[in-house]
Design a protein around this ligand. Structure first.
Ligand SMILES: *Cc1c(COP(=O)(O)O)cnc(C)c1O
Length: 421
């Protein structure tokens, strides 16, 4: 593993650590930034070192502190994944270890399959990312896992579902919910899971949080009692809408090691070139997110009250006192996503999207460029009427992911597009 090159890194702040730990230039012929190591296989320093490396890779042994373990084969591990993982850790308060995947879905699916067994159950908040929903609702039950949805933001119902679940293995929370930004109280969810009375000898349920929408800059689930934080690194961590990646972080390195052993089998590690690209984006993620959040807040607050808009969904505009409390307790900033509900329904939403000149009509989020989409006919189009109602996905709803353009230009673009609706 790459070691801390700076012995004082423990006292440093994350934005400094990200540029000073996890990478030793002397292992890359002095290169100031990491090189790309594209090899599929690695030459052992001795047959004994190879034996030791296999013991550790297969979970039969644990590396000693400061032991240098030989690399084996790039499906298991490679230098760019190790560097990327080591450099992501300081971005997530409370994290001690990270494991990288070739998409957010690979991270989510691999993590759930690592910890769930037939006969167990999962409680999860809805709405949740479409791929995650598909996996929980349609795939896991076929493997004997019971999956129990609970509406986001309903603390009492989540408590009830957790207490009532048999053989509960995992509580999976995605907050804020997409596209309405309804927030679930993470501290409360973690507390309820910690008090779960399961079968004797069974581990308490693990609390997993998909932190893609507000992390790593503005929401820190591991400090609120969550066990695992999951990311689609495709979004803010990468930030340029040009690569797919996923990340899982935990306080307990043993949990990460268990996930890593499954990644060996599934072969869904992120490739060296992509690791290198993503690694170069990490030092700016907090800068980008701060700018994106400030832009979104200014635009959302200016658009609230616009005659063509029924409602702007954004954390600083929450009218529900409970939601406001959760926002202030668990988020440092409101983030760069908002949704608009247009008074003219679907025709107005489509005209609005058609007439945007700067923002582009695309799904996904977190990039430096502003994107807008119509969830009801795209990201959430597989929902039943009941699910649309529960998730608050209406005909006139448009979701916006704000980038780093000048906010006044974006606001003017939204205002001119609204004139046509
Ligand atoms: C995009 C996204 C995912 C899936 O990530 P991919 O990188 O597309 O596989 C999961 N959760 C959330 C909240 C997302 O936005």
């Amino acid at each position: 593993m790459p070691e801390d090159v700076n012995h004082k890194t423990q006292e440093l702040r994350p934005t400094t650590k990200i540029l000073t730990r996890g990478f030793d230039p002397s292992l890359s012929v002095g290169s100031a930034r990491p090189a790309v190591f594209r090899s599929s296989t690695y030459v052992f320093s001795s047959p004994e070192a190879a034996e030791r490396a296999f013991d550790i890779a297969n979970g039969r042994g644990h590396p000693e502190a400061n032991e240098k373990v030989d690399l084996i084969y790039a499906r298991l591990n490679h230098p760019n994944a190790e560097i990327l993982e080591a450099q992501t850790v300081p971005l997530e308060p409370g994290a001690e270890a990270a494991v990288v995947f070739n998409s957010g879905m690979a991270a989510i699916v691999t993590t759930l399959l690592t910890f769930l067994r037939p006969g167990q159950s999962v409680v999860y908040t809805v709405p949740i990312y479409g791929g995650t929903q598909h996996f929980l609702r349609d795939f896991l039950p076929g493997w004997g896992v019971k999956t129990i949805p609970v509406a986001a933001g309903q603390g009492a119902r989540l408590d009830e579902a957790v207490r009532g679940a048999e053989n509960l293995g995992v509580v999976l929370v995605e907050t804020p919910a997409n596209p309405t930004l309804v927030m679930t109280d993470l501290r409360r969810a973690a507390q309820t899971a910690a008090n779960y009375k399961g079968l004797r000898g069974m581990r308490r349920p693990l609390v997993m949080v998909d932190n893609t929408l507000l992390g790593p800059a503005f929401q820190h689930p591991l400090t609120l009692g969550a066990d695992l934080v999951l990311y689609s690194a495709t979004k803010y961590l990468s930030g340029f809408s040009d690569l797919l990646a996923g990340m899982v972080l935990a306080k307990d390195p043993e949990l990460v090691q268990q996930i890593r052993l499954q990644r060996h089998l599934f072969g869904n590690i992120l490739q060296p070139d992509e690791c290198w690209l993503l690694d170069g984006r990490l030092p700016t993620v907090v800068l980008r997110m701060n700018r994106q959040s400030k832009n979104a807040q200014r635009i959302a607050e200016h658009l609230a009250g616009h005659p063509k808009i029924a409602r702007v969904m954004y954390p600083t505009l929450f009218s529900d006192a409970d939601q406001s409390l959760i926002f202030h307790a668990q988020c440092d900033f409101p983030g760069a996503m908002f949704s608009l509900e247009l008074k003219g329904g679907k025709p107005a939403a489509f005209e609005f999207l058609r007439n945007l000149r700067l923002a582009r009509n695309a799904v996904s989020l977190g990039g430096v460029e502003t994107l807008a989409c119509h969830p009801k006919t795209t990201t959430h189009s597989g929902y039943t009427e009941e699910e649309f109602r529960q998730a608050g996905v209406t005909d006139g709803l448009v979701r916006v992911s704000v980038g780093i353009e000048h906010w006044r230009d974006l606001l003017a673009d939204f205002e001119q597009a609204l004139e046509t609706t």
